[in-house]
Design a protein around this ligand. Structure first.
Ligand SMILES: [Zn+2]
Length: 271
């Protein structure tokens, strides 16, 4: 019988690059921060900074003091407290404001975190199943870099970019994610894509339309009404909203109409 070469790392005996790589590398335990730091769309400079951040290895004053370099310490961002890693990224009032504004750009409400792990897990959970998960994850690393750059600019260059920081963060997210493709599943996601100028964004829903609300003329008010019935005919409800020429809410209402058809509801809605 003739000898045959067999690649023992594959069940079928055929050589593959994947099996060779898996045979060579040692697989470490999975960590919650891997999706942030090793995101394939993230520039290497941000991956390296992110790795230092999740390991608490950035050269803040408390790190220098741990190496027996005892110098006076003051946070360059809030100018109130001594600088430490925890203060700079989790407690500083400046930090809280920047993080808050960043997450609001994504229509997410901010909450104060007690540790880096809590922040990472909270951020990760918010991104689960979201069509804009990549920009959201990348946004975290970009914000960390922005805070660190601001701290260094104040300390070593005597510069202060705080007024334009949030715009710089938004611009960087737009730039890093400019080549990504998105399939937004909701109108909110589509609006977010527009906000970040993601040009490769599409909408997958066949039922939702992108519409624009136009302001009425000055001193006028606009009434928008709608109604629907569940099952046509079925349980029906109508509602409306009255807004002035600045878009300010003047009045809103909704009423249960009993069991009827969609046609009747639409007519009754403007009654
Ligand atoms: Zn501070």
């Amino acid at each position: 019988m003739e000898d045959v070469c067999v690649w023992s790392l594959e069940p079928i005996g055929m050589f593959t690059i994947k099996s060779m790589w898996n045979g060579l590398r040692s697989i470490g335990p999975s960590v919650s921060w891997a999706l942030f730091v090793w995101n394939k769309h993230l520039p290497p400079r941000l991956s390296i900074l992110g790795w230092l951040w999740v390991h608490g290895k950035m050269l803040t004053d408390d790190m220098n003091q741990a190496k027996a370099v005892h110098l006076p310490s003051r946070c360059d961002l809030c100018v109130k407290n001594a600088e430490s890693f925890i203060h700079l990224f989790l407690e500083c009032s400046f930090y809280l404001e920047i993080w808050s504004k960043t997450v609001v750009m994504f229509n997410v409400a901010w909450k104060k975190m007690a540790s880096v792990n809590e922040l990472i897990n909270w951020w990760k959970n918010k991104g689960k199943g979201w069509s804009l998960k990549d920009p959201w994850m990348i946004g975290m690393m970009i914000t960390i870099a922005a805070i660190w750059n601001e701290r260094n600019a104040r300390r070593y260059k005597d510069k202060n970019w705080c007024l334009s920081m949030i715009y710089a963060i938004k611009r960087e997210i737009s730039f890093v994610c400019s080549k990504l493709k998105f399939s937004s599943k909701s109108v909110d996601d589509l609006i977010l894509c527009r906000r970040f100028h993601f040009e490769n964004a599409s909408h997958v829903s066949h039922k939702t339309l992108e519409i624009h609300w136009g302001k009425p003329m000055r001193s006028w008010a606009k009434l928008n009404v709608n109604g629907c019935s569940l099952g046509n005919s079925g349980r029906a409800r109508r509602g409306g909203i009255l807004q002035d020429h600045n878009g300010r809410l003047l009045l809103c209402f909704n009423f249960f109409l009993g069991v009827t058809t969609s046609f009747i509801v639409e007519i009754v809605s403007i009654d």
